[in-house]
Design a binder for this molecule. Structure first.
Ligand SMILES: Nc1ncnc2c1ncn2[C@@H]1O[C@H](COP(=O)(O)OP(=O)(O)OP(=O)(O)O)[C@@H](O)[C@H]1O
Length: 363
């Protein structure tokens, strides 16, 4: 089910003029603060009226200024997850979950509560009140409530922002499950590279109210011109299959035949994982290093070198595992005589990939 947006909307001095068309899956709206992400998602939700344009989910037109169609928010069949869970404090988890189903017309098929409760691991929480839940648990209930309203599109506006790092890590796998197990398009607002790397089927980059790029997580996160949070967050996104768990606490992955060792990943053997490798975590070597503590050494060929205004350079390597990015100094580029076509080895410590940057790839 494709999702098409083409809207213009003025808000004070801010002008949103955004157009994109994305396939089904989880689309991350990515951009820095003030780029217009919330304005756009609110226009899709029907909370703000665009000056002109069109919003379509599959064959359903939610808004079309020419045809004079503007469905009210409650008729758009959307689930909305906010930064804060916004649960009803006087209702149990179970009643909060079932709240949205009350308003569904009989003609619409209802989502099975058991399926959503199991998907989000809420079984043990059903009789509790919101005040008896952690922040992460509250947000899981909010996600469940949105899903149980039988939406045709799920909207999530920075749903992890209010949580600490540990709670974010707890919620991310549930969004992976929604992406992979429910055939439901999701529009997810974020300015965090980890969420883009872990979750995005497609990334739509917004800058000053305009769409500047539509692409995969790996395309967007590897381009320093695009990553809104700056060069420190530039990296590559690679996929690899879980091959083995070792007794010393490491998990072994295979990147198209190349072994990669990372701290233990609690997922079954055979799972296809996505990993974000930050460019500044990669060291380049002209010879295959020996006597080094780093466990991951990948041979590759230099495909591009980009130098910015500062002392750094970004080197793109073609490896059997896919494109890898290394951030080195221009001094190293000169000393090692790095140039396009030159074979090199990329060196990476096992612990260089943060646990939050390792997730399941599309099932
Ligand atoms: N009601 C309003 N009236 C005038 N200007 C507004 C209004 N609401 C938002 N804006 C402006 O519109 C621009 C986009 O805001 P928006 O909240 O959509 O950005 P955002 O990308 O979601 O940012 P953040 O990540 O900080 O939430 C900002 O410059 C903001 O100041």
């Amino acid at each position: 089910m494709s999702f098409d947006v083409d809207i213009a909307l003025a808000q004070g001095r801010f002008q949103l003029d955004a157009k994109f068309s994305v396939p089904s899956g989880l689309t991350v709206l990515f951009g820095k603060s003030g780029s217009g992400k919330t304005t756009l998602i609110n226009a899709v939700a029907g909370l703000l009226m665009p000056d002109r344009g069109r919003v379509r989910v599959g064959q359903r037109v939610l808004f079309d200024s020419e045809q004079k169609i503007a469905l009210p928010a409650h008729k758009r069949r959307l689930g909305y997850i906010f930064q804060d869970a916004r649960l009803f404090p006087h209702l149990s988890v179970q009643k909060n979950l079932l709240y949205g189903q009350r308003f569904l017309p009989r003609s619409l098929g209802k989502t099975d509560p058991e399926q959503i409760i199991s998907l989000l691991g809420l079984e043990a929480l059903l009789q509790r009140r919101p005040e008896q839940l952690s922040g992460g648990e509250k947000q899981r209930v909010a996600i469940g409530r949105a899903l149980l309203a039988a939406p045709e599109l799920l909207l999530a506006d920075e749903p992890l922002t209010a949580l600490d790092e540990a709670r974010k890590l707890e919620i991310l796998p549930y969004f992976e499950r929604i992406r992979d197990e429910l055939k439901l398009p999701v529009l997810y607002v974020s300015h965090a590279v980890t969420e883009v790397a872990r979750l995005a089927s497609t990334v739509v980059v917004l800058d000053q109210g305009r769409v500047t790029q539509v692409g995969s997580a790996s395309e967007v996160l590897s381009d320093p011109q695009i990553v809104p949070t700056g060069v420190r967050n530039v990296g590559s996104v690679i996929t690899a299959q879980l091959l083995q768990h070792h007794v010393d606490g490491l998990s072994e992955l295979s990147c198209k035949g190349i072994p990669l060792f990372v701290p233990r990943i609690d997922r079954p053997i055979g799972t296809v994982m996505r990993l974000r490798v930050a460019a500044h975590e990669i060291i380049l070597s002209l010879k295959k290093p020996e006597g080094l503590s780093a466990l991951n050494i990948l041979p590759g060929t230099i495909a591009a070198i980009h130098s910015g205004g500062g002392p750094g350079a970004l080197v793109t390597l073609e490896t059997a595992a896919g494109a890898l990015l290394a951030r080195v100094t221009q001094r190293s580029v000169a000393t090692l005589e790095l140039e396009v076509g030159k074979p090199v080895f990329a060196v990476m410590k096992s612990v260089a990939i943060a646990p939050q940057d390792i997730g399941r790839d599309h099932a």
